[in-house]
Design a protein around this ligand. Sequence first.
Ligand code: ATP
Ligand code: MG
Ligand code: MG
Ligand code: MG
Length: 467
Amino acid sequence: AVASVADIRKTFLDFFASKGHTVVASSPLVPGNDPTLMFTNSGMVQFKDVFLGTDKRNYVRAASVQACLRAGGKHNDLENVGYTARHHTFFEMLGNWSFGDYFKRESLMWAWELLTEVYKLPPERLLATVYAEDDEAYDIWTKEIGLPPERVIRIGDNKGGRYKSDNFWMMADTGPCGPCSEIFYDHGPEIPGGPPGSPDEDGDRFIEIWNNVFMQFDMKEDGSVTPLPAPCVDTGMGLERLAAILQHVHSNYEIDIFDVLIKAAARETGTADLSNPSLKVIADHIRATSFLISDGVIPSNEGRGYVQRRIIRRAIRHGYKLGQKTPFFHKLVPDLVKMMGEAYPNMASQAQRITEVLKAEEERFYETLANGMEILDAALADGAKVLPGDVAFKLHDTYGFPLDLSGDVCRERGLTVDEAGFHAAMEAQKAKGRAAGKFKMDKALEYSGAGNTFVGYDRLEAPAKVV
Ligand code: ATP
Ligand code: MG
Ligand code: MG
Ligand code: MG
């Protein structure tokens, strides 16, 4: 029998426990220690203050399986869902950490040992990348681990400017930072895509599975770096990506959890073709939205709640595309609980509440969805290549279509949205309201995207309201 996701989690934690690591529980999707970070997007978030030296733990080695969300903040993978084999909004990250204890050698040797001797991945399928200047990591891979040099790829400063590289990690503009070494798995020449660092690296043939970050410098305002007194290790491996390999499938969406969720989405939408990409979107989004609700994020028009609303409405729109005219999405909750409830009892115990919140949002959006889709279709009927900004705004303002939802529809048809026009229309309405002097706040908040005030990647303009 192939390893289940539950086996894979346990094997990971047992392995690092055997190497002296303290197993730490997953922390909530809403970071408790950083009001400006949208969502927990990696395993290190709960340890951020330990790396910064403002928090201390009674252990120097830790391991976890962390629930992560990459939507609406830094590393927004919402647009990748349904398009790549490897991206989810919600996913689980396996991680191990050294807080000033072990460094590159142990980190890489243990990663290799776990992958090839415990999980028994074929070594000839594995590749590694290192930061261009990191000879130390390069030598560990080639001389100590014995990876052939042609499968150890140096990744340079490909984003312009020293240290601006996929293989150079920074916690922020200043502070702890350092080179990474990433491990990739080659799913085989029949799949399109090139090795890391090549022009077609974004394909799904060579899939990144594990990032090992070596925090070894402190970056100053002027961009210069000095060595940290106690270098740290921060690693993250995508559980679903590893499961795809171990379950002998290519896509994350074919692993055990997704097999069940995709069939459930097909059941609820009466879809016969299980390869329909909308089913993947729905399966992904039921995880993200249910876990968000269990961590206290309910749909609203601002901050995190608006991201939640956007994800739910995208899922509903995909159901609508499959012919669903009444609420269906909330009916997937029991399937999710069946697959993930044991590992996440806090989510499972809230199944009833999750179902109710989703159902209410569905009922609300179904009131305007069909009419909104008619307007959208009409605007594109004459062969337009771009959805006009004022139409996108009307859809948003009157029909509850978040901008990215209209964008998702357009993208499926090879079209785009005039985003500048959308924002201009929104500004114009706000100005009008201010001029009229009787701008009713409740109406304004209804669909005006008042929550859509993200000013950077993972930063909110103001700390998110805790809901
Ligand atoms: P990619 O380049 O494939 O988008 P990444 O470089 O953004 O991945 P990291 O930030 O290095 O990812 O995160 C560590 C690991 O977490 C990755 O190596 C991958 O296995 C996993 N991971 C990252 N993003 C996702 C996602 N959206 N869905 C599933 N797994 C992910
Ligand atoms: Mg990414
Ligand atoms: Mg990457
Ligand atoms: Mg990475």
